[in-house]
Design a binder for this molecule. Structure first.
Ligand code: TXA
Ligand code: MG
Length: 348
């Protein structure tokens, strides 16, 4: 299959919508990362997403909608308590379109493979001109995971999409870099109290303020003999090929750098702008910026760039505190989990 790359203008979006309606695969930008979209109501099209990404079949997809009304058509409202539906409505009104994915009960009109067989469904309304225009023009909800090979970091440019999926999808709509750079926050509203399954672009503090309750982070069934609530949250999910090492601070990073060099390891670093000494010492390096917004926006590009240098190790510093640092720390922790399945898979 030849993958077409089109600048995301009106005509190209109309063409892309035709591809979606015919059961094809279109990668498109959202405010978080690029998604790999297919008609969420067509089980064959959905199956093609798993095949193109080589995604594990037990890892459910997010369905993208143009508004809350379209989301409602995908839900089994009767299974939600009045309180849960009230919370869903508050959050949709306050944060949609935006980087918030809600896990609710799935209606039988949604093919089971969208949700990897679970009876829940993850829905989100993206805050991006191109994504919204594509959903409206195709007049169907669009199932879309991040447009990367399974286990690889998410794409924040059309080139990243092609690096992973060229020849495996029909078309990519190119609209430059995605503004937020880390994925949406996933909130499960089907449990007794809402839980954040994945920290992301919408801050925990904003959700807590809107709901008036503190929120737990992480799947609720950990340790039980059941499938994970959100299998995509497995450790090592965002792993680069090189070993990623998280250091306490710049001083620790420089110390580890010399130890690794002595051991004959080619070592790179993902740095903040203020890490001037490390920038002068370590090559190759990638500067992420200083503010959490800058770091989130450039994190995946930095990991991909340094990984392409075929280094043995990538050093970076720890991100603490709330706000966007929760999502950044989460992605770095997963990327540093060793050994990586991706490292082994990518050798095949
Ligand atoms: O920002 C984003 O969310 C991007 C853009 C493209 O919208 N999408 C994205 O999709 O990150 P993906 O497939 O890479 O991650 C989806 C996450 C996974 O952790 C998956 O396990 C979880 O959402 N998820 C999907 N459906 C679920 C469900 N029914 N229950 C629990 N978790 C679910
Ligand atoms: Mg993903």
């Amino acid at each position: 299959m030849h993958t077409r790359r089109c600048v995301a203008e009106e005509g190209a979006i109309r063409e892309a919508a035709d591809v979606i309606r015919r059961g094809g695969l279109v990668a498109f930008p959202t405010e978080t990362v690029y998604g790999l979209g297919a008609n969420a109501l067509d089980p064959h099209a959905v199956a093609r997403i798993y095949a193109a990404k080589q995604r594990a079949l037990n890892d459910p997809l997010i369905v993208h909608v143009a508004d809350a009304g379209q989301a409602e058509t995908l839900l089994d409202r009767a299974r939600l308590s009045a309180a849960q539906w009230g919370q869903a409505q508050i959050l949709m009104r306050r944060f949609w379109p935006g980087p918030l994915t809600l896990v609710l009960w799935r209606s039988s009109i949604v093919p089971p493979n969208v949700s990897a067989g679970l009876d829940t469904i993850a829905v989100r309304c993206p805050n991006h001109r191109v994504a919204l225009a594509l959903i409206r023009a195709s007049s169907v909800p669009i199932a879309a995971p991040s447009a990367n090979r399974f286990g690889h970091v998410s794409p924040t440019t059309a080139q990243h999409v092609l690096d992973d999926l060229d020849g495996r999808i029909d078309l990519v709509l190119d609209d430059g870099s995605t503004p937020i750079g880390v994925e949406s926050t996933v909130l499960d509203l089907t449990t007794d109290s809402p839980r954040i399954l994945r920290p992301g672009g919408l801050l925990r503090e904003q959700l807590e303020q809107a709901l008036g309750i503190p929120l737990a982070i992480g799947p609720d069934r950990a340790g039980e003999d059941e499938p994970a609530t959100s299998p995509g949250l497995l450790e090592r999910h965002y792993a680069p090929r090189a070993r990623l090492i998280i250091c306490a601070d710049e001083e620790d990073l420089l110390a580890r750098y010399s130890a690794l060099c002595k051991a004959g390891k080619r070592t790179a670093a993902l740095l903040l702008r203020r890490h001037t000494q490390a920038q002068a010492t370590i090559h190759p390096h990638f500067v992420l910026g200083d503010l959490p917004e800058e770091v989130a926006r450039s994190l995946y590009a930095g990991l991909r760039a340094l990984d392409a240098e075929a280094v043995d190790a990538i050093l970076t510093v720890r991100f603490d505190g709330g706000g966007l640092n929760e999502a950044i720390a989460d992605r770095l922790r997963r990327a540093s989990a060793q050994p990586t399945e991706f490292a082994r898979e990518s050798e095949h």
